[in-house]
Design a protein around this ligand. Structure first.
Ligand SMILES: O=c1ccn([C@@H]2O[C@H](COP(=O)(O)O)[C@@H](O)[C@H]2O)c(=O)[nH]1
Length: 236
């Protein structure tokens, strides 16, 4: 799907980082029609949230399953094969060659799109160095994006700071999905490579992932709608 074909409303993905299915359903009901795309990550998936993928899909919502898989290639391949039956739109794996290759094999011809996580948005140069990497953030993101493209990965998770450069490398064949989104004035938390929604869209991000700024707001629906308005303005 080219950026022009993405429905503007689908560009906001709300991360359901909540402790239970009940809490997630309450938030989904509160957000109503204002949110069409949800992300299920560790917290909810390990609290019984996987069946929510199918339930949301049945209601016409899209689901990004952020499981960040990483294991030997065969195990990733088999895991992804099982996940193809859940009804998710996106699934994340870490951007290691064996992992990505296994994920692409497991996805097969299904409609599931595999996203490779390049460098987590909570990492800066010092964090990478402490983890033993010799490349800096932009070099590692670029190298992983190139490997992902060669291996047939569908999209990349990166910070909005890398989007401009990545677009030049991967063109519009791969979706660029960006967490690390912070509306002006909202708390950064543990995120280190961040941008506002409008700047991220202007930089060329396809999808924006937002968790705490929506979930912790007194009125989550109002924040989601404000982010949509920023997106629409940035798209022109
Ligand atoms: O590099 C990454 C990859 C994934 N995430 C996930 O996105 C959300 C962001 O939540 P906020 O509350 O808006 O910070 C969260 O679920 C992460 O697991 C990421 O932040 N960075």
């Amino acid at each position: 799907m080219t950026p022009a074909e993405i429905a503007p409303k689908d560009r906001l993905i709300v991360a359901l980082d909540l402790p239970s299915v009940e809490a997630a359903e309450a938030t989904i009901n509160r957000l109503g029609d204002s949110v069409t795309f949800y992300k299920i990550g560790y917290r909810l998936a390990y609290a019984g949230g996987l069946p929510l993928v199918g339930k949301l899909a049945d209601k016409g919502k899209k689901v990004f399953l952020d499981l960040k898989l990483h294991d030997i290639g065969n195990t990733v391949m088999q895991g992804v094969e099982s996940i193809t039956r859940l009804g998710a739109t996106f699934l994340t794996v870490h951007a290691y060659p064996q992992t990505m290759k296994g994920a692409v094999e497991g996805r097969g011809n299904s409609s599931l799109k595999i996203l490779a996580v390049t460098v987590l948005t909570s990492y800066n140069e010092a964090d990478l160095h402490a983890a033993g990497y010799r490349l800096g953030v932009s070099e590692l993101v670029e190298a992983r994006a190139q490997q992902a493209q060669v291996l047939g990965i569908d999209g990349l998770v990166c910070s909005p700071e890398e989007v401009g450069n990545l677009r030049k490398i991967v063109g519009h064949q791969m979706s660029l999905v960006t967490p690390g989104i912070r509306p002006a004035g909202s708390a950064t938390g543990d995120q280190k490579r961040i941008m506002t929604p409008s700047r991220a869209i202007t930089a060329g991000a396809d999808y924006l992932v937002v968790g705490r700024p929506v979930l912790e707001a007194a009125d989550p629906k109002a924040i989601a709608e404000a982010i949509h308005a920023e997106i629409a303005q940035a798209l022109g």
